[in-house]
Every structure is written in structure tokens, then in C-alpha cells.
Design a protein around this ligand. Sequence first.
Ligand code: FMN
Length: 171
Amino acid sequence: MGVLEIIKTRIEIREFEKKSVEISAKKKILEAGRLAPSGRNLQHWHYILVEGDEELDSLASLSPTGGWVRDANFAIVTTTDPKYNFNEIDAGRSITQMQLVGWENGVGSRMYTIKEPDQEGAKLALNIPEEYHLTAVVGFGYPIKKVTGKKERKEINEIVSYNKFGTPIEI
Ligand SMILES: Cc1cc2nc3c(=O)[nH]c(=O)nc-3n(C[C@H](O)[C@H](O)[C@H](O)COP(=O)(O)O)c2cc1C
């Protein structure tokens, strides 16, 4: 699959098979995160690989919108240093790379964030140093069924202008 095909076919899933993801796929996913570009190449991120039933259950209990992560095979928690501008853009780029490489290897995923007031408790539970921000969690695993979901996205002409904002584009 080319990159665009991976992007077109990947949808975010929260139902996973009870089957371990091969270590080689996990390594590729982490490598994709490691190689991501960041502002000034600061690479201020730190990832936590979370696996094991108890650990995932505990991770799931830390967020009202990520409870499904208990069914994932593993999760990657991305932390960043909020003193750097655009740290969340850096995190987003690395997470995207990890999710795309996961999909290339048959591994589905979904992302969620942990907002206030849950952020501090989650940082404590995961031993994340005070100076870091828990930016996002991604649960990974093999999809439980063949993924055929449709991407619901706006059309190009709804979201792209030509030369100046608001000038329609013909493409
Ligand atoms: C910044 C961000 C925050 C998200 N937060 C949550 C969340 O809290 N819980 C959840 O189940 N999914 C969350 N998602 C997943 C989105 O709902 C999902 O990416 C979107 O619906 C598109 O899904 P699709 O690619 O399968 O069409 C989040 C995604 C992003 C990019």
C-alpha cells in the first residue's frame, strides 16, 4: 500500500482482537514515532509503551473518553515538554506516523487525550515527571473484524481556497 492508500483505508478503531501484536510491528511503530520531525528537531517527546491486562485496565480508568483502551493490545502514551511552542504539533506528527505504520502492518489504533481535571492524576499514575505534559494516548491492536468503515470527511472545495481564503478552488 502506498501512503495515500494507507491514509484512505485507515479508520480509527476501538474494538481489538485478543491477539498480541508481533514485536516486529511494535518496533516499527515506535521507530516511526522516533523518526518524526519536530520543531528545531528538539525531539522533546517521551513515549510510554503500556501493555498487560492490569496496566491497560488502569490506563483506561484514567480517562472518561478512553475506556476502550482496556481492550487494546498495547498503548503508547505520548508526553511532550510544554515549554516548547508547538509541542502538540510535534506530538501529532509523531502519532500520525505511528498510526500509519501500524496500519501498514495490519495494526489498527485510535487516539484520545486526557484533559483537565484528569491530567494530573494520570501523570501521577504513570510516573510522568511534573515538567511533561501527557499529550495523547493511542491504543493499538489487530482489528476485531474486517475494517470497512467509511471516512466521513468534508469535500476538498469545502476546506481549501485558492490564493486567498474564501476564493473557491477548482481542482
Ligand atoms: C485530537 C484528537 C482527540 C481525540 N480524542 C478522542 C477521545 O477522547 N476518545 C475517542 O474515542 N476518540 C478520540 N479521537 C478519535 C477521533 O474521534 C477520530 O480520529 C475521528 O472521529 C476520525 O475517525 P476516522 O478516521 O475513523 O474517521 C480523537 C482524535 C484526535 C485527533
